[in-house]
Every structure is written in C-alpha cells, then in structure tokens.
Design a protein around this ligand. Structure first.
Ligand code: UDP
Length: 240
C-alpha cells in the first residue's frame, strides 16, 4: 500500500515522504510561496490544495496523450503518490511569449510572441540562484549527457504542444512554463515535479489578466482567486 513514513526532503512549496514502497513517494503540497530565489516569502491560502488538484488533472491529461510522468494517484486534498525518480538538476523553461526574466534580459516587452518556441535550461543550485546555462555547461557539469538533453528538449516540446491545446480550450494563453525531469531506475527520463500556476505563466485570453504566481511575485492581489480560477476551468473540461 505504501503509507506516509519519514520526511525525505522539504522544498519551498512541497514535502516529499517515504512510503513502505521503495519505488514510490508521497508529495505534500504546502501553502508556502517564495519568489526571487526565496528572498520574498509568504503564504497563499489554498495554494497547496489547488496545485495538488491542478497537477493531478494536468498529469492525467498528459498521461492520456502518451507522455510519461511520475504521477500515480491523488490521495487527498494535499497529497499525491508519485514514482520515485532521481531529479535531473536542470530546469527546462519553455516560452511561447516573452515574459519574466527573458523579457528583462533581452529588453523586450512582456507578451511579444516567440515565432519559434524558446527553450532554456537552468542549473538547479539554490546557492547560485539557479543560473541560466547552455548545453555545453550541462555537459561540463556532468548533469546530463547529449542524449539526455535531446530527450529533455523533445519531451518539453511535446508537453508544450499538449499544454497549449489544453489551455486554449479554457481560454488561457500559455505564456511560458518550467518543467523538471526525473530519471527512473531504468534510466528513462520522465516528467516529474508539478505543473501549476506556480510553474506556468497563464493569462486570460480575453482580458490578459495574469492567473498565476506573478500575482504573488508582483503583489497584484487576488492570488488565491487566480489559482482557484485555473482549477475551476480545468475541472470543467477534464473531470469526468
Ligand atoms: N519558473 C519556475 N521556477 C523557477 C523559475 C521559473 O517555475 O525557479 C517558471 C515561471 O513561473 C515561469 C517560467 O518558469 O512560468 C519562466 O520563468 P522566468 O525565467 O521568466 O523567471 P522569473 O521571471 O520567474 O524569475
């Protein structure tokens, strides 16, 4: 069965617990929110519940589209059971429109469409503030092989296609998002971590209202409401 046992790891927004089964772990979603490399800290009421529910719906949808994820089942409001993987210390960022750090770095306005999808990788290292790197750096650091990187970009592109289609159905523009990949014991690279308004920029198609973590980062107010709105819209099209 695999019940929750010792705490294995505590991150900024989630805790990971061991279970009786060495192949699976339980993820607990907290209401804690951080931004700007944890310099800004806060709480967003209901965020844990919403991100758990949203990630479960999105991962079930991606699973049906043939994308392998670590997700097994949602256990309750705050917890899900997932496959235990070793997390590749790279974040893959996918961009359909300029925003956030890329808009700033390149001096372009937020909302400018990318004629071709832009992929970035960041080295997951808190002390360094998760710096943007390129494939050569990843090889140098020994965190991924050329084959791994190719698999990661291919997977990220397939996930982007599936997510764009899904969010379009609920009148949301998928501006950009971040994914994390995990390696299984058989060296297969699969989607891990979460996909939620914490990890995506989601704008309402008609009003361009931000319905994601930028409401927290930029003190825009109605943060909980934004997460609830995304959940409600997804539920309408995805829940049986
Ligand atoms: N992102 C994330 N975790 C990170 C960094 C970025 O989930 O540690 C997501 C972020 O929510 C956005 C996308 O990745 O959807 C691109 O973020 P960006 O590089 O623009 O960074 P930010 O503006 O958040 O600093």
């Amino acid at each position: 069965m695999g019940d929750k046992k010792a705490l294995l790891y505590e991150g900024k927004a989630k805790q990971i617990y061991e279970t009786g089964d060495p192949e699976t772990v339980i993820v607990f979603f907290k209401d804690d929110a951080t931004a700007f490399n944890a310099q800004k800290k806060g709480r967003v009421e209901q965020k844990g519940k919403m991100n758990n529910a949203i990630t479960a719906l999105v991962y079930e949808y991606l699973g049906k589209k043939g994308i392998e994820t670590h997700f097994i089942e949602k256990l309750n409001n705050r917890e899900q059971r997932v496959r235990k993987v070793s997390i590749v210390p790279l974040e893959v960022i996918v961009r359909n429109y300029a925003a956030g750090s890329m808009a700033k770095r390149l001096g372009v306005e937020e909302g400018v469409p990318c004629p071709e999808t832009i992929f970035e990788i960041c080295y997951k290292k808190d002390e360094l503030g998760d710096p943007l790197i390129n494939d050569h750096h990843a090889i140098f650091l020994g965190v991924a092989s050329h084959e791994d990187l190719e698999m990661m970009y291919t997977l990220a592109s397939r996930i982007n296609d599936a997510l764009k289609e899904l969010f379009d159905r609920i009148d949301i523009i998928l501006v950009d998002f971040k994914i994390e990949l995990g390696k299984t014991t058989r060296n297969q690279i699969i989607l891990a971590d979460e996909i939620s308004p914490d990890t995506c920029r989601l704008w309402d198609k008609k009003t361009l209202k931000k319905l994601d973590k930028d409401r927290f980062r930029r003190d825009l107010g109605e943060v909980t409401e934004a997460y609830v709105e995304i959940y409600e819209r997804l539920k309408k099209v995805l829940e049986k």
